[in-house]
Design a protein around this ligand. Structure first.
Ligand code: NOJ
Ligand code: CA
Length: 558
């Protein structure tokens, strides 16, 4: 496939959840100074692109995904001067800063919405979706992502509602209104002018509405139907996204990564192809495997076979089209080791194996903070220890369905977004070296044995393994192969082995991982006189037979 080379193709990205990364002023919340202080750490890990979850001014109902001023840094993170300093310091190190772009909705505290509430039929009312009720009921029966109706009554106006796909405090912006688009484009360009490398684009598929706002067959005891029904039923988002790109990103050669769920399969090329809406988008297909019929408490454990098939399918589908962004976890997902590894492999070796399998796929690797030291889900003693709005609503949902408090808590332990949001574990001093104050969210009690300082000292730590892994991906010898090389699954007949081949011209690399509980012995001509580039154990090859311990991964070349 002929691909036009882009500056970001061979980069490795890292997501920072700023509130939990590093606090430098003792208020218990991470800040920009904290990020600046860790740039060398990230550079040393091999990171090129840093995506920072929202740092704009916000009431933090949804941790900054509810923006009240797109042009301001929230004071809890620092100042605009500090942000500019971050840009300068990153540039010095040849690193690129990517911000979150949350433009499906804003905060109810944003001045546009405040003005709209005062006069829903005026100019700013047109910035949002205000609708009359139907027969004394909300305009339709769609359910918001965080539970409850998508329609919130407007105080002081009888039978009038506004639409929100997420929380009540996150009103959806009206993408049919050219004035809104102009406001957003101007804002995006303002940030790009500052020297930002690009954006991670939040919840973007939701911008396309069915303007009739129909009702759907209920899918829950609440009589509501997931708003996803509407998202899936509409066409035309592509035109909006092309317009957005043309007026902003394209002018700056910016890097964009879309958060896209519920895309129509046949639209892959339109999203990430040569002239796609975005540079890339996250591959969530494996994460979605745990989705149940509704409610975390009904979520499923992922079978290895499904995991392997799904990863391969995504890779193959994108091969002649473009690049996906590969993740194990992010701030909305539980820690990946608890989700994708069989129980017996939920240990250091397994984490190295999972990391290798993910990072050497074709596409752009994204690490999430703490993944590089093997941070895990965090047990909470009661629901009060959770902060996340979605977790609280899922907990209630489980109770309403008749689960005990203990069972509801267990579902949160497996799937809560706070699992990934607990403070970064820097060392074994109090609060894991994250803050000298009281952390905004509990520190995972395992910080005394899982932390950066300790792993710096251990040669075979997960951290040092990730360093080698990234260095291999970016090495002179293999950078081109891992970036542009072909991908194809191998050893598919082996029921507990995940293996694939990356190749470019005469060069060939095989990644082989044993997800099984027992040692595996595999025969293949390839093993004959190959060279091992990386493993999390010792290499055992005799003639053309390879023996893999449980949770062992090898990266071989010939
Ligand atoms: C996706 C973000 O990643 C998530 O954290 C947020 O709650 C929703 N979009 C709404 O903005
Ligand atoms: Ca702070």
């Amino acid at each position: 496939m002929a691909i036009t080379r882009k500056w970001w193709h061979d980069k490795v990205a890292y997501q920072i959840y700023p509130k939990s990364f590093r606090d430098t002023n003792g208020d218990g919340m991470g800040d920009l100074r904290g990020i600046i202080s860790k740039l060398d750490y990230l550079k040393n890990l091999g990171i090129d692109i840093i995506w920072i979850s929202p740092i704009y001014r916000s009431p933090f109902v949804d941790q900054g995904y509810d923006i009240s001023d797109y042009y301001a840094i929230d004071p809890s993170f620092g100042t605009m001067e500090e942000f500019d300093e971050l840009l300068t310091e990153a540039k010095k190190r040849d690193m690129h800063i990517v911000m979150d772009l949350v433009i499906n909705h804003c905060s109810d505290q944003h001045e546009w919405f405040q003005k709209a509430l005062k006069d829903p039929y005026g100019e700013y009312g047109e910035y949002f979706y205000f609708r009359k009720g139907v027969n004394g009921q909300p305009p339709s029966n769609t359910r918001a992502y965080f539970g409850g109706s998508t329609w919130e009554p407007v105080a002081g106006y009888e039978d009038l509602y506004y639409f929100h796909a997420y929380a009540v405090q996150q009103p959806d912006l009206n993408w049919e209104n050219p004035k809104v688009l102009q406001e957003l484009y101007t804002m995006i360009n303002w940030w790009l002018e500052k020297g930002l490398a690009g954006f991670r684009i939040d919840a973007i598929i939701n911008i396309q509405k069915d303007l009739d706002f129909p009702s759907y067959a209920p899918d829950g005891a609440d009589g509501l139907a997931s708003v996803v029904r509407m998202v899936e039923s509409v066409n035309g988002v592509g035109e909006k996204l092309q317009d957005l790109k043309k007026n902003t990103f394209a002018k700056y050669d910016a890097f964009t990564v879309g958060e896209v769920f519920n895309m129509k399969r046949e639209e892959l090329e339109a999203f990430v192809g040569e002239n796609g809406h975005f540079s890339t988008m996250f591959d969530f297909s494996a994460n979605c495997l745990s989705d149940g019929p509704g409610g975390w408490y009904r979520n499923k454990t992922i079978a290895f076979d499904d995991f392997r098939r799904t990863v391969f399918q995504s890779q193959m589908e994108c091969l002649d089209i473009g690049f996906l962004a590969n993740i194990i976890e992010n701030h909305d997902e539980p820690r990946g080791s608890s989700r994708f590894l069989p129980e017996h492999a939920q240990n250091e070796m397994g984490m190295k194996m999972l990391g290798t399998v993910s990072m050497l796929l074709r596409g752009l690797p994204f690490l999430y903070q703490g993944q590089e030291i093997g941070m895990t889900n965090c047990p909470m003693n009661s629901v009060e220890e959770y902060n996340d709005i979605n977790t609280i609503s899922e907990y209630r949902l489980a109770l309403e369905a008749g689960l005990s408090e203990e069972e509801a808590l267990e579902a949160c332990y497996r799937f809560s977004r706070d699992n990934a949001r607990t403070p970064m574990q820097w060392d074994d001093s109090s609060n894991a070296g994250f803050t000298s104050g009281t952390p905004w969210l509990k520190v995972n009690p395992n910080y005394t044995s899982v932390n950066v300082a300790l792993q710096e000292k251990q040669e075979d730590s997960i951290l040092n393994f990730y360093r080698k892994l990234i260095a291999l991906r970016k090495s002179e010898e293999f950078r081109e192969l891992f970036t542009y090389g072909d991908f194809h699954p191998v050893l598919e007949e082996e029921t507990e082995i995940l293996a694939y081949c990356r190749s470019l011209g005469q060069k060939k690399v095989m990644v082989i991982a044993n997800f099984g509980k027992e040692s595996a012995v595999i025969s293949d001509d390839f093993f004959g006189d190959c060279r091992c580039l990386l493993t999390n154990d010792t290499v055992r090859i005799s003639e053309n037979r390879l023996t893999l311990a449980p949770a062992q991964v090898v990266v071989l070349t010939k």
